[in-house]
Design a binder for this molecule. Structure first.
Ligand code: BMA
Length: 320
């Protein structure tokens, strides 16, 4: 260890949280876990909003600088539609957005809360006003999914986190491939949950979509530590091969970001930081994260510093 190890890689925005439930133009319980993208000159957040029945929908917010002056849609942007999509019965949650330049559209992957449990749904949009649903792409229980923005050998790729009913095997990040974004196969584990006392033992999941860097696909993932007083959601880094994203190149030993501020520690679900989106501008990345299932906050980091930190903290393969 040297002094550099004590430098925080992420810097929280001083006026966090950036969006609270009282900022939503209609009555809600909470706003959190927002996807993020650039749309024309704005940063767009697609936020998970939980109403006062406990059912979630998605609402868009736009800001010119991605930091302040958020303009929030006056009504829900994408409501669950259980009449036509029964899997959306108990709401739609935790979206991740990927811009697909080859198709000139955004793919929005989200969790539908079905009678059979949470599963993965996909919709596409060109304006975040109208959406074309593709329906269910992964059966329950599965969530924390996002598409890669490019094809690999002519196929789309998606990261996701299925949960096995078989006790004790852990919940890992998987990768799957598809010729059409609808039918998925060649499923395999790409980032396993650790075991034992690790901060990311037993249950992990992708946070924002994979980010292409000059060293490979940078993955920010959450690890869920179960304690006698509840879960702690913290974040770590991993790196996948640029050409073959089934190859795990690096994986951090320590977490890189954890709930510390009051708005992250206290909420509807305490001690949760849960990003679903990040936006890169040059070397800087703006990370948007849900705080304690109540509000949305912003932190920034440099990609080069994250990669350098991951190299110093790489424990891939040494954890058992
Ligand atoms: C996860 C997801 C997230 C939520 C987190 C903490 O399983 O459901 O939406 O933020 O739990 O409650």
């Amino acid at each position: 260890m040297n002094d550099k190890d004590f430098k925080e890689i992420f810097t929280r925005y001083s006026a966090n949280p950036i969006i609270r439930p009282s900022d939503i133009p209609y009555r809600v319980n909470s706003v959190f876990n927002a996807a993020a993208t650039l749309l024309e000159k704005d940063t767009l957040l697609l936020m998970r909003v939980e109403d006062r029945r406990g059912i979630s929908h998605l609402t868009a917010a736009r800001s010119r600088d991605g930091v302040s002056d958020w303009v929030i849609d006056p009504k829900p942007t994408l409501l669950p539609n259980p009449a036509e999509y029964p899997e959306e019965l108990w709401g739609i949650e935790d979206p991740r957005i990927t811009y697909i330049s080859q198709l000139d559209l955004w793919a929005v992957v989200y969790t539908s809360y079905s009678r059979g449990g949470p599963l993965v749904s996909l919709a596409t949009t060109q304006d975040f006003k109208t959406f074309q649903r593709k329906g269910v792409v992964m059966p329950p229980e599965d969530k924390d999914a996002a598409l890669f923005p490019v094809q690999f050998n002519g196929r789309w790729a998606m990261l996701h986190r299925p949960v096995s009913a078989f006790a004790g095997v852990g919940a890992h990040i998987w990768i799957s491939f598809s010729p059409d974004m609808k039918h998925w196969g060649d499923h395999q584990i790409v980032v396993p949950a650790r075991r034992g006392g690790w901060w990311d033992a037993d249950k992990i999941g992708l946070s924002p979509p994979p980010l292409l860097t000059d060293r490979g696909w940078l993955i920010l993932y959450h690890g869920v530590r179960t304690t006698p007083s509840g879960c702690i959601y913290r974040l770590g880094l991993a790196l996948l091969d640029r050409e073959n994203p089934t190859m795990l190149l690096a994986r951090s030993d320590e977490w890189i970001f954890a709930p510390e501020e009051d708005y992250e520690v206290l909420g509807d679900v305490d001690k949760v930081v849960f990003p679903c989106g990040w936006v890169a501008a040059g070397d800087e990345v703006r990370l948007y994260y849900g705080c304690a299932d109540k509000s949305i906050a912003l932190a920034t980091a440099n990609i080069s510093e994250m990669l350098e930190w991951l190299q110093r903290h790489n424990e891939n393969g040494l954890e058992e």
